[in-house]
Design a protein. Structure first.
Length: 217
C-alpha cells in the first residue's frame, strides 16, 4: 500500500514523500492515521537528528516517519492478533514503549511506524506491551490559547471537524506547567491551576459525569 508521510533524514532534513509500505507480517497491524498532534519533542528530534537518543544512526539511508501522538482506524490485522483486533476498530497508542530496555519509539525510531503519515505499520512489540488502545477514541485539545486560535482563524469546532472525533476536553496553555515538571510535582496536586482543573474534568467525563467545558482565556 502507498502512504504519504513526513520522514526525517537528518538534522532539519524533513521530507514529505510518497512510498510503498511493506506487506504486514502475521504479528503486525496496518492502520490509517486520522489525527496526529504537534509536539515540541518532534521539533527537538528535527533539531538534533542522529544526536537524539531515540534516533537510529542510519536515518540518512533509512529515514523515520515523525509524529508520535496519533490515533486512527485499523485497516488490516495480522493473523496473530485477529482474536483481539478487527478492521474498522478505532485506535490510539502509548508511544513510550521502553521495549526490552531500548529507546525505540514511534515518530523517532521506525521506518514505517509514525504519526505524520496517511498509513503506517504497527510492529509486534506495541501489541506485546499492550500499548495499542482500542475502542472509542476521543479528542483532547491540549495547550490551547484563545489568542493563537484567533490569529489562525480557527476554533475548537474546526479541530473536531478535522479529527473527526468527539471532544473529551480542552486543556488551556499554562505557563506554570514546566515549573511543576521541573520540581517533580504532579500538576493535579494543585488546586488553583486551570490546566489541572481541565484534566480533572476530563477524568470526570471518562467516569460518566456531565461536566461543562472551561472557558479558554
Amino acid at each position: 500500500m502507498k502512504t504519504r508521510a513526513v520522514r526525517m533524514y537528518g538534522t532539519r532534513d524533513l521530507r514529505l514523500e510518497e512510498f510503498e509500505l511493506p506487506e504486514i507480517r502475521e504479528d503486525e497491524i496496518l492502520v490509517k492515521v486520522m489525527s496526529d498532534s504537534i509536539c515540541m519533542s518532534t521539533y527537538k528530534l528535527a533539531e538534533q537528528g542522529k544526536k537524539h537518543k531515540r534516533a537510529p544512526q542510519n536515518i540518512d539511508t533509512n529515514p523515520v516517519i515523525i509524529g508520535h501522538e496519533f490515533a486512527g482506524v485499523i485497516v488490516e490485522v495480522g493473523e496473530k492478533w485477529k482474536d483481539q483486533f478487527k478492521p474498522g476498530m478505532k485506535f490510539t497508542l502509548q508511544p513510550a514503549l521502553n521495549y526490552k530496555g531500548t529507546m525505540w519509539s514511534p515518530g523517532y525510531s521506525y521506518e514505517f511506524f509514525g504519526g505524520d503519515t496517511t498509513y503506517c505499520v504497527i510492529p509486534a512489540e506495541v501489541m506485546e506491551l499492550g500499548c495499542l488502545g482500542r475502542g472509542q477514541v476521543h479528542l483532547v485539545v491540549n495547550r490551547c490559547r484563545r489568542k493563537l486560535l484567533k490569529s489562525l482563524h480557527q476554533t475548537i469546532d474546526d479541530a473536531i471537524d478535522s479529527a473527526g472525533l468527539p471532544l473529551l476536553g480542552v486543556i488551556p496553555e499554562d505557563e506554570t506547567m514546566p515549573l511543576y515538571a521541573g520540581r517533580g510535582v504532579p500538576l493535579l496536586s494543585t488546586n488553583n491551576n486551570c490546566a489541572a482543573s481541565a484534566y480533572r474534568n476530563i477524568a470526570k467525563r471518562i467516569d460518566g459525569r456531565r461536566v461543562a467545558l472551561m472557558r479558554i482565556r
